[in-house]
Design a protein around this ligand. Structure first.
Ligand SMILES: Cc1cc2nc3c(=O)[nH]c(=O)nc-3n(C[C@H](O)[C@H](O)[C@H](O)COP(=O)(O)OP(=O)(O)OC[C@H]3O[C@@H](n4cnc5c(N)ncnc54)[C@H](O)[C@@H]3O)c2cc1C
Length: 496
């Protein structure tokens, strides 16, 4: 087997992994940055809305308050205050490096003031990531088309990973790493309608779970309220600029649900749309009030035209779709997981910043801040002792099962959930057979199945409604805000 030795292995080249790589290398570490597709991959490159930076130090308490309010009792205020304070340092660092933020901050849903910075309008993620990649120092070696198939742990300590070159199980590469950072993004692909790209199959969480890392709150999946039938997203910023929601009989309904109307937090907008779709058949977004839509939101404008609608002439049909995972691999405020020498940053991690509902544009911010913090901690940590690493087998499911997984999730663990369909979905999902993976797609499908089971199990266990998690049979929020943890090896834990 081909072997590689590195100080820091970073799995995933989105905002969190790329920024972590920049920082770890600037601290003198030798870094290997791997991605299963291209460097420019993952959700980051699709981010439209921008990055929510506190506008100045005086704005930190108000940004924190908005974050806490959206998170519905599960935001860790200590961690969040630290992230928001570091945010200004990262903003300054990026500006010094030469990034060009657009002149004026935008207002987005859930924010009490305009503080969301864009780069080239609604192509913020693409330009941010391209910029970060242009800044990668020579200490970073990049590996495209290298699929992280498994983490190697011995005696409760991670020593690196087995990668499949070009996604081929017959071309394994053993990477011996002093520390391993997972930055593999989200899990949207387990749902039939999602804004997430095809890489978002939950690999990092599955890998971490199999090393017995603690996983937290994965039932807390945020549904973006305004998504086109092909998964194309209409940014919140459009509602910030005046777009309104209409139901199937042409009535504006959001003022009936929340005093902030279209600018209410995502969970409220998504559940209101869900109710109106049930009551009136359809919901539309009317973008005609947005001034200069074509130039301010070119991506939105063009993707609507591609679907055969003209947003300057008519309201556009939309629906909620799986968008962002608040939970993930449980970490402390420096990205350390419960397993020695394993770190996690970005959407794959659960730091406590997003609680039960992420505030718009807080995730690129978290990716930057936690990318740099995690890199600092990983570089400073005692490196894993050299051990022989080998594959212990990668679970796989036939690729054809992806459709069934998505169908089950759409029917049982979507915007509104209840015991009966969650239980049926869980049992059906358990019935999907697992064997040894013969290809990348089979390994991804087994990861999707595992994540789907974890979401269903967490959703069954969370017998309350909180943030993005709505139970029609438990409509109230429990007075105790609790995390739901899952860990392999515990009694009743999922196997796979
Ligand atoms: C359409 C859309 C719009 C959004 N808009 C905004 C916004 O305006 N503002 C905001 O703050 N947030 C936004 N978000 C959310 C935000 O983009 C993501 O949460 C964030 O970019 C995640 O970054 P990440 O680095 O954690 O992961 P990602 O950017 O998803 O990157 C994951 C990386 O991991 C790699 N990878 C995955 N599995 C493996 C494996 N097994 N082996 C090797 N590599 C692997 C992928 O190839 C990729 O390189 C949006 C999300 C979407 C989908």
């Amino acid at each position: 087997m081909e072997e590689l030795f590195t100080d820091i292995l970073i799995i995933g080249s989105g905002v969190a992994g790329s920024y972590a790589a920049m920082h770890a290398a600037s601290l003198g570490a030798e870094v290997s940055l791997v991605t299963k597709t291209k460097l420019l991959s993952g959700a980051t490159r699709w981010a439209q809305g921008g990055i929510a930076f506190p506008s100045d130090p005086n704005d930190i308490p108000s940004h924190l308050m908005d974050t806490v309010k959206a998170g519905r009792g599960l935001v860790d205020e200590r961690v969040s205050a630290a992230i928001l304070t570091d945010a200004l340092t990262q903003w300054k660092h990026l500006v010094e490096l030469g990034i060009n933020f657009d002149a004026l901050p935008a207002l987005e849903g859930g924010h009490s003031k305009p503080r969301v910075l864009h780069i080239h309008g609604d192509e913020s993620g693409l330009h941010l990531l391209t910029f970060l990649h242009s800044q990668l120092p020579p200490g970073v070696s990049t590996f495209e088309n290298h699929f992280a198939a498994e983490l190697c742990s011995v005696d409760g300590q991670v020593h690196g990973a087995i990668l499949w070159k070009n996604g081929d199980p017959d071309k394994p590469v053993a990477v011996h790493a002093g520390a391993t950072i997972i930055a593999t993004g989200g899990i949207g692909q387990i749902y039939s309608l999602t804004t997430n790209p095809e890489e978002s199959t939950g690999d990092g969480i599955a890998l971490a779970y199999r090393t017995r890392a603690k996983i937290r709150d994965v039932e807390l999946v945020q549904f973006h309220p305004t998504v086109l039938s092909n998964g194309g997203l209409i940014s919140e910023a459009c509602r910030g600029e005046g777009a309104i929601l209409l139901n199937g009989i042409g009535e504006r309904f959001m003022p009936r649900y929340d005093q902030a109307a279209e600018l209410a937090p995502r969970d409220i907008v998504s559940s209101s749309i869900h109710s109106e779709i049930i009551a009136t058949g359809k919901v539309f977004l009317d973008l005609r009030p947005v001034e200069d839509l074509k130039h301010k939101f070119p991506t939105v404008y063009n993707s609507i035209l591609d679907l055969g609608f003209d947003p300057l002439k008519e309201p556009i049909p939309i629906q909620p779709a799986a968008h962002f995972l608040m939970g993930g691999v449980s970490t402390d405020e420096h990205g350390a997981t419960s397993v020695a020498n394993l770190f996690a940053a970005g959407e794959v991690a659960s730091t406590g910043f997003h609680g039960a509902n992420r505030l718009a544009s807080n995730s690129l911010l978290e990716g930057l801040v936690m990318g740099s913090r995690t890199a600092g901690k990983a570089v400073a940590s005692e490196p894993a002792a050299k051990r022989r690493i080998e594959s212990s087998g990668v679970p796989g499911c036939a690729a054809g099962h992806q459709r069934a997984i998505r169908h089950i999730m759409a029917n049982s663990a979507s915007v509104v959930r209840e015991e009966k369909s969650l239980t049926e979905g869980y049992n059906e999902m358990l019935g999907i057979e697992v064997s040894q993976a013969q290809s990348l797609t089979e390994a991804e499908t087994a990861n999707m199945r595992l994540l789907a089971l974890m979401v269903l199990k967490g959703a069954l266990e969370r017998r309350e409604s909180r943030g993005s998690h709505l139970r029609s049979d438990f409509p109230h929020t429990s007075p105790d805000a609790k995390h739901i943890e899952q860990q392999a090896g515990n009694p009743g834990a999922i196997r796979g």
